[in-house]
Design a binder for this molecule. Structure first.
Ligand code: BMA
Length: 323
């Protein structure tokens, strides 16, 4: 059996607003957080192509399908390290505090900038307190997602995250291609104990992989949706299941993408052939996965939670033992 996410029939769910100075060209790569009543969404927006500076917009929904957008951006370059753009937000609630990770650039997109990831916290999705850059200098680190819980161990609260330091390749790092790493933190901003979690193994993820959606706690393990990029620069989505107690242990990994560009809105856009999942929530036992399509619009695809968990624990997703 091959499991595929089911696209929402009315995709895309968010499209650019032609009348808006900051989001008239593209709105994509959306993060979500469900607070039990409202699904809050942050999304990346482009209003001009010349400098391609990204800002972050906010939208909300009560059913997961229909979102109402704010008129003005909620996160936009204010500090020096943000001035070339704020990209790819990921939302997560850890111990009842809401955090956003987002990518920041050292220069304009066209100048091949180095990338880092910054963190902010918010109580109301309107005001954001900046907590600074959380990745290491020159590690080219993005796709940073926090786990939604801390571990209390010897009275120290330890945070956990997944990240994708593109510069960590070569024999020293035991991977030839940018891979997903896991780390612990003694505060929400300071991470150590980095270890390689998964590296590219299949052709659809041959160039690089990166965490997409923050880990979702389920009864069977931490569910993580990630993206993989093939030799032709096609972005697809896959999933892994991590042990709840020992998250460095992989219980299952999809060998065939669960979503790959097929629809016109995924194949043609500002960057063609991209599905880029960045947010998810569970509504009535259904996993809602939100993704950017072709760096142009925001879309939704769903799967029954138990179905994807059983699939990840089946033979089709068994973990290969490295010799
Ligand atoms: C990644 C990020 C994403 C983008 C994707 C496809 O590196 O820049 O924001 O959606 O590439 O272009």
């Amino acid at each position: 059996m091959v499991l595929q996410l089911k696209r929402y029939e009315n995709n895309p769910i968010i499209i650019p607003d032609q009348t808006s100075w900051w989001e008239k060209n593209a709105v994509f790569n959306c993060a979500v957080l469900f607070d039990g009543k409202v699904i809050h969404m942050l999304y990346r927006a482009i209003g001009e192509y010349e400098n391609y500076v990204s800002r972050i917009g906010y939208a909300s929904s009560s059913d997961g399908f229909t979102f109402i957008k704010n008129k003005e951006p909620v996160l936009f370059p204010e500090l020096d390290y943000e001035r070339f753009g704020i990209e790819d937000p990921r939302l997560i609630s850890v111990d009842n505090k809401i955090y956003v990770t987002y990518v920041v650039l050292s220069d304009y997109v066209k100048n091949n900038p180095s990338v880092s990831t910054a963190l902010a916290t918010t109580e109301n999705f309107t005001y954001y307190e900046r907590l600074g850059v959380v990745t290491l200098l020159r590690s080219e680190d993005k796709d940073v997602v926090l786990f939604p819980r801390t571990i209390a161990d010897s009275k120290i609260q330890r945070f956990m995250l997944l990240h994708r330091p593109s510069a960590w390749v070569g024999p020293k790092y035991n991977t030839e291609k940018p891979s997903i790493w896991i780390a612990e933190g003694n505060s929400v901003t300071n991470y150590y104990n980095h270890s390689l979690l998964i590296k590219p193994e299949e052709t659809w993820e041959a160039l690089k992989i990166g965490a997409g959606v923050p880990p979702i706690k389920t009864q069977k393990g931490w569910l993580v949706i990630y993206h993989g990029v093939d030799e032709k620069h096609v972005y697809s989505a896959g999933a892994i299941l991590l042990d709840l107690e020992v998250p460095t242990k992989i219980l299952g990994r999809t060998r065939i993408p669960i979503l790959t560009p097929e629809k016109q809105y995924e194949v043609n856009g500002d960057v063609n052939n991209v599905v880029f999942p960045t947010g998810a929530c569970i509504l009535d036992n259904e996993l809602f996965v939100y993704y950017g399509a072709a760096d142009k619009v925001c879309c939704l695809a769903t799967v029954e939670l138990n179905e994807i968990l059983d699939y990840l624990l089946s033979d089709a997703c068994s973990v290969r033992i490295e010799k």
